[in-house]
Write a protein that binds this ligand. Structure first.
Ligand code: PMP
Length: 427
């Protein structure tokens, strides 16, 4: 049993000593002390079904024994910097990772986070093309360092940075967007941005296939192929930010971009890649990778032996336990059940997403689509009381984000929907 400090004591210390900007879920924040696969346990040993940990980090399940063993064994043997010496862990993981990617995406740069991965992808695009302008999509999230904060297109996450050379295109948002699900129409905005806002040449384009922080918005069909072709005509590179949608989460494919039938020039990843340990990666072509040989470029811990040993174990678990197939099967079932809840309750304006990356948008009025913000918080809180943890997001904070570890079962899906059904019915 847990014998450490109580939630109240930790909360008090956090308020006194930690970053005052960090936020927490729930009126009474949870003190989580143990995790096992899709379950989390608080200080009193109470069990919660985790339907959000997938986004935070966990793809195989909390404390998956194969991943833990790989990390512990490597830690006991050697932990060191990634640069200067040889070690098999980093080389083996790079080889395995590349085998999951299409086309000529064959060279890996490891980082410690998604922000670092996107910073590097943007840097490489600028070096490769000799241009500065980057186009990203409104409502996207790509990180919080200087360059990525510029590419991030939500005021909620922007500070007073010098934001040069980024243009934010219309969001091909199928729920609220002006062109509905007509992807190619939204894509014309990118053409306009290039024609009117740049020299006619750009460094690149960055997008998530499904916006995660933005509220589980899947780009309208036909958008990405059209934009990729426009960007390439303007000399730019296409970057797929797979930090949330990668690693089998969308079920139908291993990577989110694959559902759109495109092959990016650069793919960035983090979060699920290491099942919770700090790891990120940029994968690109040998030709693009060469741009970094003009100077010295390194990352002390990006791809260190311990993290890459964990990463390799994650890939093996995804294969062995058929987690992509499971994400597809359980995700499709869960989406169907959530969609039937939408028929029952007017407050549910939209159910969307793919595999185990699903969103439920709450509105006060289906016509006006007025965000039901406080209701979202209340339902989340009540669901926690029943023992189910879900996330929230979207620009207005009115979208439930359901992104469980990929070992989620049909029974878990039923419990989640029943808990949501009961909670909404009481309101
Ligand atoms: N890209 C996407 C799509 C993300 O969701 C995030 C994190 N929410 C990032 C990049 C940044 O990753 P990190 O927090 O690891 O820097």
């Amino acid at each position: 049993p847990y014998t450490g400090p109580s939630a109240e004591e930790i909360f008090k210390k956090r308020k006194e000593y930690l970053n005052p900007a960090i936020f927490h879920f729930y009126k009474d924040p949870l003190n989580l002390v143990d995790g096992k696969m899709q379950y989390l346990f608080d200080e009193k040993g109470r069990r919660y079904l985790d339907a959000f940990g997938g986004i935070a980090t966990v793809c195989c399940g909390h404390c998956h024994p194969d991943v833990v063993d790989a990390i512990v064994n490597q830690t006991k043997r050697l932990q060191h910097s990634t640069v200067l010496y040889l070690n098999h862990a980093i080389a083996d993981f790079a080889e395995a990772l590349v085998s999951k990617l299409p086309g000529d995406l064959k060279v890996v740069f490891f980082t410690n986070s998604g922000t670092e991965a996107n910073e590097l992808a943007i840097l490489m695009s600028r070096l490769y093309t000799g241009c500065h302008d980057i186009i990203s999509i409104r409502n996207g999230y790509h990180g919080n360092a200087a360059g990525t904060m510029g590419a991030t297109a939500q005021s909620n996450y922007k500070f007073n940075i010098v934001q040069t050379g980024v243009h934010h295109a219309l969001n091909p948002d199928q729920y609220r967007g002006v062109f509905g699900s007509d992807g190619p129409k939204y894509a014309r905005d990118v053409e306009d941005l290039i024609s009117y806002g740049t020299s006619g040449r750009v460094a690149g384009f960055i997008a998530e296939a499904i916006q995660g922080v933005g509220g589980i918005l899947e780009l309208a069909p036909g958008y990405l192929p059209s934009v990729y072709s426009t960007i390439r005509k303007a000399g730019g590179l296409c970057i797929a930010d797979e930090v949330q949608s990668g690693f089998a989460r969308t079920g139908s494919h291993f990577w989110g971009f694959e559902a759109h039938g495109v092959v990016p020039d650069i793919v960035t990843m983090a979060k699920g890649i290491g099942n919770g340990i700090p790891l990120g990666a940029v994968v690109t072509t040998p030709e693009i990778a060469k741009v970094l040989t003009h100077r010295s470029y390194f990352n002390t811990f990006g791809g260190n032996p311990v993290c890459t040993a964990g990463g390799l174990a994650v890939l093996k678990v995804i294969e062995k336990e058929k987690l992509q197939e499971n994400a597809f099967k359980v995700g499709s079932y869960l989406k169907e059940r959530l969609t039937s809840l939408k028929e029952k309750y007017d407050i549910i304006g939209d159910v969307r997403g793919r595999g185990l990356m699903l969103g439920v948008e709450l509105v006060q009025d289906r016509e006006l689509k007025t965000p039901a913000k406080s209701e979202t918080i209340r339902i989340m809180d009540e669901m926690k009381e029943i023992g189910v943890l879900i996330g929230k997001g979207g620009f207005h904070g009115n979208v439930f984000r359901i992104t469980p570890p990929l070992c989620f079962t049909k029974e878990d899906a039923d419990f989640l929907v029943d808990a949501m059904d009961y909670t909404i019915s009481k309101m």
